[in-house]
Write a protein that binds this ligand. Structure first.
Ligand code: FE2
Ligand code: FE2
Length: 166
């Protein structure tokens, strides 16, 4: 089993990852409603990855003989007005999640929980990638200033990621 502090912070992180899934599903919905099929597909794919992140921690807790306790997931508050806002929201959210992961790691270090530290290494690396992905697309959108032709082109590019978006 894990220490109480490590258990609590990891159980909470499952909820943060599920909240991420909600955020990306909402961004997918906005995109679909605004005829941005590529953006919608990218966001739906990302939502699926967030569910996988939640399950990684979920399984880790079960393997360590703990019961996972889910809490309510707040409705996403996003206020999206344009395609550039989608990736601004994504980057901001990922920065928050990176901080959550670092907080988990700090607890694992303080509690000398080596197995949690090893498990969290994957998440620390993943967050670097998640922030970099969102930032690179946001940079393109900011340079191109939401012009219809550039949004059309980026939408086509994002569609290549696949996923279950429509
Ligand atoms: Fe995640
Ligand atoms: Fe993420």
């Amino acid at each position: 089993m894990l220490s109480k502090k490590v258990y609590e912070v990891l159980n909470e992180q499952i909820n943060h990852e599920l909240e991420s899934e909600y955020v990306y599903l909402q961004l997918a919905a906005w995109s679909a409603a605004h005829n941005l099929a590529g953006f919608a597909s990218w966001m739906a794919h990302q939502a699926g990855e967030e569910r996988e992140h939640a399950m990684k921690i979920h399984n880790f807790l079960i393997d360590n003989d703990h019961e996972v306790v889910l809490t309510g997931i707040p409705a996403p508050k996003l206020n999206i007005k344009s395609p550039v806002d989608i990736f601004k929201a994504s980057l901001k959210h990922e920065q928050k999640i990176s901080k959550n992961i670092h907080d988990c790691y700090a607890v694992a270090l303080a509690e000398k929980c080596y197995k949690s530290q090893v498990m969290l290494h994957w998440f620390i690396e993943e967050q670097v990638e998640e922030e970099a992905n969102a930032k690179s697309i946001l940079d393109k959108l900011e340079v191109l200033k939401d012009s219809p032709s550039s949004v059309y082109w980026i939408d086509k590019e994002l569609k290549k990621r696949g996923g279950e978006g429509h």
